[in-house]
Unconditional design. Structure first.
Lengths: 121, 165
């Protein structure tokens, strides 16, 4: 290993960790869940209402989203890799669960900060 | 000489194919899409250092297409090809300019693979939020890239004479 390799490792690790810290520091609780399928908006659900929502695609794609105790979690999917099901539950603003094969994106929206996008006096 | 070349290609592609399978079996601590050990890259980088960029390219693309139709969903081929191409391109460039040793090149390859996949995912899903996966993939890519690079150096040292024609 060359000295340059160590510098590269140092820079990339520092970059990754700084980005992770910034993303974590900017975290705020979200209040709603946006479901998009193939870039189209499918539904917006409230995070404080427990619900089991089934997302069905045009070609038999099926994902089951469960909202419970303010957390959204993908509990079932018929995609081959099941990465979305293994993903931990989400509740912070802008956190996502993505099911790539089924083109489903679950995203938490309307965090406390972004609630101020229209203030009228 | 030609027969040997065919045999070496076959051997390396088979090896990359099996490594891809092992990659999909090894569980990673976080379920971030695209996070994996990257053993398959060991074969690509070994080819890059013993045979050359052209041969590494053929190997990488053949592996991706084979794996796409067997262990993964063919719909994910676009991601793998984008990742594979970007990774191959940057590894070839950095190998050529000799700024880093094999470890550095392997790290660049691993991180580039993730970056390529994320860029395609952003277009495919029409969602820029996929980029939030990148920091975690960057950190994991540096760690696995280092391991694969160190392993690659040992492999190249032992196989250089056997593979060269």
């Amino acid at each position: 290993m060359k000295k340059n390799d160590l510098i590269l490792i140092g820079i990339l690790l520092a970059l990754g960790i700084i980005m992770l810290v910034i993303i974590n520091a900017a975290k705020s609780e979200g209040s709603r869940v946006l479901i998009t399928v193939d870039g189209r908006e499918e539904a917006i659900l409230e995070l404080d209402e427990d619900i089991v929502y089934v997302i069905e695609g045009d070609n038999g794609e099926r994902n089951v989203l469960e909202i419970k105790d303010g957390h959204a979690d993908m509990t079932e999917a018929n995609c081959p890799d099941k990465l979305c099901v293994k993903h931990r539950d989400i509740h912070y603003d802008n956190e996502t669960i993505i099911c790539l094969p089924n083109k489903v994106v679950i995203r938490i929206i309307d965090g406390e900060d972004s609630g101020l996008d229209a203030v009228v006096y | 000489m030609k027969t040997k070349k065919v045999a070496v290609y076959g051997l390396l592609i088979a090896l990359a194919f099996i490594f891809s399978y092992i990659d999909s079996l090894v569980p990673m601590p976080f379920a971030v899409p695209g996070m994996k050990l990257g053993l398959a890259n060991l074969v690509v980088i070994t080819a890059l250092y013993t045979m050359g960029p052209k041969q590494a390219f053929v190997l990488s693309i053949v592996r991706i297409i084979l794996v796409g139709f067997t262990f993964r969903d063919p719909s994910t081929l676009a991601f793998s090809i984008a990742g594979g191409l970007l990774s191959w391109m940057l590894m070839s460039i950095f190998r050529h300019i000799k700024l880093f040793s094999m470890t550095g090149v392997s790290i660049i390859g691993g991180v580039a693979h993730n970056l390529g996949q994320i860029l395609v995912a952003m277009v495919y899903l029409e969602s820029g939020y996929v980029i939030f996966y990148f920091p975690a993939l960057l950190v994991s890519g540096v760690i696995t890239g280092t391991l694969i690079g160190l392993l690659g150096m040992l492999v190249v040292k032992r196989l250089k004479n056997a593979i060269k024609d």
